[in-house]
Design a binder for this molecule. Sequence first.
Ligand SMILES: [Zn+2]
Length: 252
Amino acid sequence: MKPKPIDAHSHLYFEEFEDDRQEVIESAREDLQKVVVPGVDYKSNRKAVDLSNDYSEFIVPNLGLHPTYKEAFDNVESIKSQIREANPAAIGEIGLDHHHVTREDERTRQRKAFKKMLELAEQLNKPVVVHSREAEKQAYELIQQYNIPKVFMHCFNGKPELAEEIIGSDTKIGVTTQILYSTRVQNIVGKLDIEDIVLETDSPFLYQGERNQPSNVLESAKKIADIKEISTEEVVSETTQNSMQVFDLEDM
Ligand SMILES: [Zn+2]
């Protein structure tokens, strides 16, 4: 059987999918093995869980607190109990974003919320899905202060040298559909081994202004195969294994 890819990061509950969510998911089902859906705040965490109940085995929920959702910084405790109750595959997305959050007092609150989530991941022994925009190094340094089993650096756009430094059996780098058009991401992929890479869309975003969707990881796989001069099948089977590993999905 031909291996199918996994989209390790899609916000399928966003309103961009309001009109045709079911069709998008059905076509993803044809093309993909699984889609991982991360929440960004209390409300969307619920939606991620609902979707995973509607499409069990296919949609895998992550629950988190996104670093640009400032209102959620006051909601840490309720999100924590939500996560304990839902027992998701991973905690995310969580992290630091210095691009969108520029005020020092807000960055302090962001950092606090991130630390609370890392603390919880350590307690529950869960993998984390990390958003780190213009704060990649700071985010990674914080993660290292905790005993976290697996780390998925989602949509990594930091320095290629940093990517090389942090990868390992417990840390994977998310390559989004930016690979289709971003020379920065193409350079990062050039430096990494296929064992380090996880495919993701971050849909509905990151498809050159058009609405992105999970099945587009197939295009990324082709592009990575070109860059690495290996077959698309190899890209798919390796990155699928990497996703299963970072989310501990083997037993599901
Ligand atoms: Zn995201």
